[in-house]
Design a protein around this ligand. Structure first.
Ligand code: NDP
Ligand code: MG
Length: 383
């Protein structure tokens, strides 16, 4: 039996993960489950899976969580420090599925225990980059990508020396606005942005997918996960989301991973690695799908991938600035405070106003994140 902690258990990736665990109950014991403020769902899950510990990051919700867990035998805790303690309980596998840089400190705490970290929380790796990969090395942890593209690349690289890689190609669905004109994009609403054609995801990543910041963050994520230069990473738009990414080798062979647009596939791959496990996902029916199409991304309408590539090239703290600025802009867009096209413009403004030195440790990264958020808020109110 292996032990599992799910950081962000009440979210979309958390739910997909626990669905797989529900079907394999005899193989897993749940140590800790965490949420931000959805105490009712957290308590329900903690009871169902017999978790040792349930943590709500928003401390004001702790009394409600205690009440919901009364008599269950599940320990309840609240606040950011409790979140870090939950991650440090040393589960065999920690599924990092908090959204945003808020997941960084607990993910680092899990890494310090040296177990397997199944990483969905791309913002943590984008922000902490070298600090996180150095910690993985130092503590002998294993970082397995859950993000579907990176999980695909991980599978396509298996057994091959990365020195033989010519290209890693990340596929992008292009999001719900991929064929929209600039004029139409300027008027896009939050409700339209969160309606993704292929994937059912949390609100933040859905907006990122619509702006293409998701692919930009993924480019930076790939740069840290796979030992090939940025000049060998590229993006291609593939509206059907069937090919999840590809690796081309120097001899001209391209390996691709295909699968249904269901996060349970890459999550299962990470949970069972290096073995395989069953999933209930509807198998691909390529004859039914008929055609797979590909096209180049349009960085005029969607400047996010250019901004992310530039941030990755600058390195150091710059990707953390980009991520923080994007988190603030996405929240403002979802709250109806800025337009869709202002998201990228605002990120570019923050990047132009703040270039901190490379961070040496976790607290440096968190400082950059806090300062970048503050600047993004100021820029927004003065715009
Ligand atoms: P959701 O918004 O659905 O879920 C986020 C989870 O994190 C919830 O459990 C939420 O708790 C918790 N959370 C939110 N804010 C905080 C905080 N400040 N502190 C602690 N916990 C917090 O997100 P997704 O599941 O869609 O995405 C999670 C991560 O996985 C993201 O980084 C995303 O980019 C990545 N990812 C997601 C994919 C998907 O298909 N959804 C695909 C690939 C990657 P509560 O419910 O209480 O708010
Ligand atoms: Mg992805």
């Amino acid at each position: 039996m292996r032990t599992l902690t799910v950081l962000g258990a009440t979210g979309s990736v958390g739910a997909s993960t626990l669905d797989l665990i529900r079907r394999n109950r005899d193989e897993w014991r749940v140590l800790a489950l965490t949420a931000h403020s959805n105490t009712a769902e957290l308590a329900r899950l903690a009871r169902e899976f017999g978790a040792e510990l349930a943590v709500v990051a928003n401390e004001a919700q702790l009394p409600a969580l205690r009440e919901a867990l009364a008599g269950s035998g599940v320990e309840a805790a609240g606040g950011p420090a409790a979140l870090v303690e939950a991650a440090a309980r040393g589960a065999d596998v920690t599924l990092a599925a908090i959204v945003g840089c808020a997941g960084l400190a607990p993910t680092m705490a899990a890494i310090e225990q040296g177990g397997v970290i199944a990483l969905a929380n791309k913002e943590a790796l984008v922000s902490a980059g070298d600090v996180m990969t150095a910690a993985v090395e130092r503590h002998g942890a294993t970082l397995l990508p859950v993000d579907s593209e990176h999980n695909a690349i991980f599978q396509c690289l298996a057994g091959n020396d990365s020195a033989h890689v010519r290209w890693i190609t990340l596929t992008a669905s292009g999001g719900p606005f991929r064929d929209w004109s600039w004029e139409r994009l300027c008027a896009a609403t939050p409700a339209e942005a969160v309606r993704h054609p292929n994937w059912d995801m949390g609100a933040k990543i859905s907006v990122d997918s619509a702006t293409m910041f998701n692919k930009g963050l993924e480019l930076i994520e790939a740069h840290h996960l796979f030992p090939v230069g940025l000049d060998r990473l590229r993006i291609i738009v593939h509206p059907q989301s069937v090919v999840h990414s590809m690796v081309e080798y120097r001899d001209g062979s391209t390996l691709a991973q295909l699968g249904p647009s269901d996060m349970r596939v890459p999550i299962a791959s990470a949970l069972a690695w290096p073995e395989r496990m069953d999933t209930p996902c509807t198998p691909l029916d390529l004859a039914e799908i008929g055609e797979l199409t590909f096209r180049r991304p349009d960085e005029e309408r969607f400047p996010a991938t250019r901004l992310a590539r530039e941030a990755a090239m600058a390195g150091g703290a710059i990707p953390a600035v980009l991520n923080a600025a994007n988190e603030i802009a996405v929240a403002a867009f979802l709250a109806g405070q800025i337009s869709f096209t202002r998201i990228a413009a605002q990120v570019e403004d923050v990047l132009g106003s703040y270039a901190p030195p490379p961070p040496g440790c976790l607290s440096d990264v968190l400082e950059v994140d806090t300062e970048a958020r503050a600047r993004a808020r100021v820029l927004m109110t003065s715009a």
